[in-house]
Design a protein. Structure first.
Length: 279
């Protein structure tokens, strides 16, 4: 009887913790670009600008460069182009996507980082990209708990960003060329210069993306880089705190008792991440 009482108490606390996480999550940021920035040693500081944007530089939720934990996902487990930024962003954990035993193991990895970084498709691989897309539910949980995402060029792989909802970002046809790119006013405001985005091969543009995204770079009518700050994924849509229509967060479904302990334990890391982003 005493054990059952304790068990019920733990379960109630776990449910309360899960509900608290679900009700306060709204802090993730995303940056997607058609350049293979990391293949070109950060493109004269462009990588630093992107990571500064994602870590909230200049905002009340800013995380210092030294404390911003980067999770770099590849097909071979090397730091690749991130070596160009590691002097400013020293906390980098690299992993091969295929090395995770299952989605739970991948979730554990995400719970220890602030930003998930993907190099361009050829440093990820088609098979690994498909694995990552199958983990979209865990990536959504990470994002809604305050995790950030940086995705480099998809080249000709139309499904490269499919770990995000369809409304978030659609990869357009591949492009070529290394000149003619311009930072928008918003792009210049975060530190993008012409030297960062010209002189390097560029491989895709973005079409049919969510209107809440900000366009940071263009070439004529082509959109080359987009981003969003302080957002969450709700019902297959990426929304910010400025969206109208009130809170559309769906009611939380309470798991079966047999899975409650596992769920509560798995959410602890994401809860810690969210608290960190809100400080």
């Amino acid at each position: 009887m005493k054990f059952e009482s304790i068990k019920r108490g733990i379960m109630v606390a776990a449910i309360a913790g899960v509900m608290a996480i679900a009700s306060t999550a709204q802090a993730g940021s995303i940056y997607l670009n058609g350049h293979d920035v990391l293949l070109h040693s950060g493109q004269r500081g462009y990588a630093d600008v992107i990571l500064d944007y994602l870590r909230g530089a200049g905002t009340t939720s800013e995380i210092s460069r030294a404390d911003y934990d980067i999770g770099y996902l590849t097909n071979g487990g090397t730091n690749g182009g991130l070596s160009a930024v590691m002097a400013e962003f020293p906390s980098v954990t690299t992993a091969s996507i295929s090395s995770f035993a299952d989605e739970a193991a991948f979730g554990t990895f995400l719970s220890g980082i602030d930003v998930m970084v993907l190099p361009w498709i050829f440093d990820v691989g088609a098979a690994n990209s498909a694995i990552l897309n199958s983990y979209s539910a865990t990536i959504e949980t990470f994002f809604n708990a305050g995790g950030d995402i940086w995705g480099n060029s998809s080249f000709t792989t139309a499904t490269f960003y499919d770990f995000l909802p369809p409304s978030a970002a659609a990869s357009g046809p591949s492009i070529s060329g290394s000149s003619g790119f311009m930072a928008t006013a918003e792009g210049m405001s975060i530190g993008i210069t012409s030297a960062m985005i010209n002189g390097f091969p560029t491989h895709n543009r973005f079409v049919s993306f969510d209107p809440d995204f900000t366009v940071f770079e263009t070439r004529g009518e082509e959109v080359i880089a987009i981003g969003i700050r302080d957002a969450r994924i709700i019902d297959g849509d990426v929304e910010t705190g400025d969206d109208d229509g009130g809170d559309t967060t769906p009611p939380l479904a309470v798991p079966e008792p047999s899975t409650m302990f596992l769920l509560a334990g798995g959410l602890l890391g994401f809860a810690g991440l969210m608290r960190r982003k809100q400080q």
